[in-house]
Design a protein around this ligand. Structure first.
Ligand SMILES: Cc1cc2nc3c(=O)[nH]c(=O)nc-3n(C[C@H](O)[C@H](O)[C@H](O)COP(=O)(O)OP(=O)(O)OC[C@H]3O[C@@H](n4cnc5c(N)ncnc54)[C@H](O)[C@@H]3O)c2cc1C
Length: 361
C-alpha cells in the first residue's frame, strides 16, 4: 500500500487526501493549524467560469463542465451539505468589460451552456434584495454556485477517515528528510514516514518546498473578504460584476470581495477597509447601506507564475506539488489528477499539463 503524507489541509490538500484514501492509499494529512483555516476560509469560493477565466470559450466551457461534474460526484460520495447550487447573476459594471461579456455570453450560449439574459423584472423576481445598475444586461448562469470551503474540507477529511486516513493538526512541518527511497516528514507532533509527499501548503508551499529541497515559485496576492450581518431579504445567488464578487452566507448575510477597478491579476490588494467594501456592495444591495461589517479576513492567494503547478517535482523523486489559484473550483480535479499520477503512474498529456517541469529545472 502506498503511504502518502499530504502537507496542507486546505481545499487542495483535503481533495487529494480524500481521493488517495478512497483509492486505497495509506494517507496522513499534516496541517500547521486547523484544517480548512488557511486561504480556503477567506475566499469567495464561487464555482463558475463565466466570465472569470481568461482564455478561449471552449476552454472555459470544458473547465466549467469538468468542475461541476467533479463536485457532483464528490457530493455523492461524502455528502452535500457544503455545496450550494444557487447559480450566478453576472453583469459588467465597467464599460471596457461589457463587450467581452456579451461576446462570451453569445459564444457560450451557442455551445449549449445554461445561460440566460434576464430583464429587470425577472431580476427583481429572482432577487428582490438586489438592485443592479439600470440598462445593464444581467446574465443568469443556472449551473454552479458556491462552496462552504471549511465545511467541504471537514467533509473530505471525514470521508478520508472512513478509508483509514489520519489527520495531524496544529503540526507545522519542520523538515522533510530523505531516508533511502522514503521521506520523513518531521513535525512537533511526531514524524510521518511516507513513500510520497504532497506539498499542498497553498500560500506556504514555497516554504514547505524549501524544507523539502524542492523550490516552488509563487506570487502571493492578498484579497479582502468582508461578511455582512444577516439580511432581512437574503440574497440567494452568487453575484458577480466586474468589480464585485458577492455570495450568500449560511447565516443569511453575504460575503463580499470588492475588486474595484483592478482585477487581482492587474493589481492585487487595494487597501480598502471593510466598511468601504460594504458600502460598495450597498450600491447593488440597498439593505446593506449604513450597516457595519460583521467580520472580515484577508486571504492570500497562491498564484504560481504561468498557471497551476500540479505534478511531480523534478528536484526530488516522490515529491508531488499541487498549488493553484482557484483552488476551490479546481479541488476535485487536482484530487483526481494527483491520485492518477501517484497510484497509477499516469503520464498522460492531462497528467502532464500542469507539471512543475514546465519551469522548474
Ligand atoms: C479574496 C479571494 C477570493 C477567492 N475566490 C475564489 C473563488 O471564487 N473560487 C475559487 O475557486 N477560488 C477562489 N480563491 C482562491 C482559493 O481560495 C484558493 O486558491 C484556495 O483556497 C487555495 O487552497 P489551498 O488548499 O491551496 O490553500 P489553503 O486553504 O491555504 O491550505 C493550505 C494549508 O497548508 C497549511 N500549511 C501551511 N504551512 C504548513 C506547514 N509548514 N506545515 C503543515 N501545513 C502547513 C495551512 O495551515 C493551510 O491549512 C479566492 C481567494 C481569495 C483570497
Amino acid at each position: 500500500m502506498t503511504r502518502v503524507a499530504v502537507i496542507g489541509a486546505g481545499s487542495i490538500g483535503a481533495n487529494i487526501a480524500y481521493r488517495l484514501a478512497a483509492r486505497g492509499a495509506e494517507v496522513t494529512v499534516v496541517d500547521a493549524g486547523k484544517p480548512g483555516n488557511g486561504t480556503s476560509a477567506a475566499s469567495i469560493s464561487w464555482l463558475s467560469t463565466f466570465p472569470q477565466i481568461a482564455g478561449s470559450v471552449p476552454a472555459m466551457v470544458a473547465h466549467r463542465r469538468r468542475t461541476n461534474d467533479g463536485f457532483r460526484r464528490l457530493a455523492g460520495e461524502i455528502g452535500d451539505g457544503w455545496i450550494h447550487w444557487t447559480g450566478t447573476l453576472t453583469w459588467a459594471d465597467l464599460p471596457r468589460t461589457a463587450a467581452r461579456l456579451r461576446q462570451d455570453f453569445a459564444a457560450m450560449t451557442a455551445m449549449g451552456e445554461p445561460l440566460r439574459e434576464l430583464d429587470a423584472g425577472a431580476v427583481r423576481a429572482a432577487e428582490p434584495g438586489l438592485d443592479p445598475p439600470p440598462d445593464t444586461p444581467v446574465y443568469l448562469e443556472e449551473d454552479g454556485g458556491w462552496v462552504d470551503a471549511p465545511a467541504m474540507v471537514a467533509a473530505l477529511l471525514r470521508g478520508a477517515g472512513w478509508h483509514g486516513a489520519t489527520v495531524l493538526q496544529d503540526a507545522p512541518v519542520l523538515a522533510v528528510k530523505a531516508d533511502g527511497d522514503r521521506h520523513v516528514v518531521r513535525t512537533p507532533e511526531g514524524e510521518v514516514t511516507a513513500d510520497v509527499v504532497v506539498n499542498a501548503a497553498g500560500s506556504w508551499a514555497s516554504h514547505v518546498g524549501a524544507l523539502a529541497g524542492a523550490p516552488v515559485p509563487l506570487d502571493l496576492r492578498p484579497g479582502l473578504v468582508v461578511w455582512s450581518r444577516p439580511l432581512a431579504t437574503p440574497i440567494g445567488r452568487v453575484i458577480n460584476s466586474t468589480t464585485l464578487n458577492i455570495r450568500p452566507d449560511p447565516d443569511g448575510g453575504v460575503a463580499v470581495h470588492w475588486r474595484g477597478e483592478d482585477t487581482y491579476t492587474a493589481h492585487g490588494y487595494n487597501a480598502e477597509t471593510p466598511a468601504q467594501v460594504i458600502e460598495a456592495a450597498a450600491e447593488v444591495i440597498p439593505e446593506l447601506r449604513g450597516t457595519a461589517p460583521a467580520r472580515s479576513a484577508v486571504g492570500v492567494r497562491p498564484v504560481p507564475p504561468g498557471g497551476p503547478v500540479v505534478g511531480w517535482h523534478p528536484s526530488r523523486p516522490g515529491l508531488y506539488v499541487a498549488v493553484s489559484h482557484g483552488g476551490i473550483g479546481w479541488g476535485p480535479t487536482w484530487g483526481d489528477l494527483a491520485a492518477a499520477a501517484i497510484l497509477d503512474g499516469d503520464t498522460s498529456p492531462a497528467a502532464e499539463a500542469f507539471t512543475p517541469r514546465r519551469f522548474l529545472r
